[in-house]
Design a protein around this ligand. Sequence first.
Ligand SMILES: NC(=O)c1ccc[n+]([C@@H]2O[C@H](COP(=O)([O-])OP(=O)(O)OC[C@H]3O[C@@H](n4cnc5c(N)ncnc54)[C@H](OP(=O)(O)O)[C@@H]3O)[C@@H](O)[C@H]2O)c1
Length: 279
Amino acid sequence: MSAFPDHVLNDGTTLPVIGLGTYALRGIPGAEAMADALRQGYRLLDSAVNYENEGAVGKAVRMSGVPREDIRVTSKLPGRHHKKPNVTWAIEESLLRTGLDYLDLYLIHWPNPSQQLFVEAWEGMIEARERGLVRSIGVSNFLPEHLDQLIAKTGVTPSVNQVELHPYFNQAEQRAADKARGILTEAWTPIGKGTALLTEAPIVAASKKHSRSPAQVVLRWHHQLGVLPIPKSANPARRAENLDIAGFELDAADMASIGQLTRPAGRLFDGDPRTHEEF
Ligand SMILES: NC(=O)c1ccc[n+]([C@@H]2O[C@H](COP(=O)([O-])OP(=O)(O)OC[C@H]3O[C@@H](n4cnc5c(N)ncnc54)[C@H](OP(=O)(O)O)[C@@H]3O)[C@@H](O)[C@H]2O)c1
């Protein structure tokens, strides 16, 4: 059982405080890694149509022995299916691939502003939720102006916005914008892909001070910002490490020094939603 209460979304559903990223966990080894993660205590699997692993996600849920109702499964609508009539069958195909009766959370993966179809996609997502195909709906990589278009045109606010977020790019403005609209922010690439970020002086200093690993410090930093991180690991020991962010607390000085790593060009991936599009 988690040491922390779940996040309660604006539609009344819940998510745990940390999830497992599943990008590149595919096939039977991927399913085994995800099932093991569920047995280790993970309760949220973050997938997407474009990760080509929804089959492995469903298999992991069934193999894990964890009751379905205790697990949250996320998938994401790809840019090629933003036209409203496509959204329903795209979600139905996600269900067929996973073999699950419903998904917990479905996100529009990228706004793809040049297509100008994300409001249509959102209308389709609202219908899918009404039909019970998905329990909650949200977005990923949405800027405040994209959120406002959805809300103004449909009256329905996303429950989640999943964005690139780590100490090099702390998304202070986006977090504030999400919070003001009642949207939970999720962090992708939360530990900066486990590379240079984990050797930065403020993170190493906090790691020594609290006798925790650098990754645990970074994931705790997310948690204290009110953000839900979804670190990926194919390695059982690192998965256990990443899940264990209880039992210590970063103080204001730790939070401030880690926060100072943020820089305007801090994205680790060329993923500015104004220009980056995925289909
Ligand atoms: N919505 C979007 O547009 C979007 C974009 C990108 C990603 N995502 C989601 O976010 C998830 C996480 O992002 P990510 O996979 O890019 O990056 P990440 O979770 O920040 O880092 C994963 C990398 O760090 C390594 N690692 C994991 N735990 C570690 C630890 N404790 N110490 C050192 N290294 C560690 C992993 O290697 P091992 O596997 O070998 O442990 C892997 O190479 C994805 O899997 C995906 O679900 C969403």
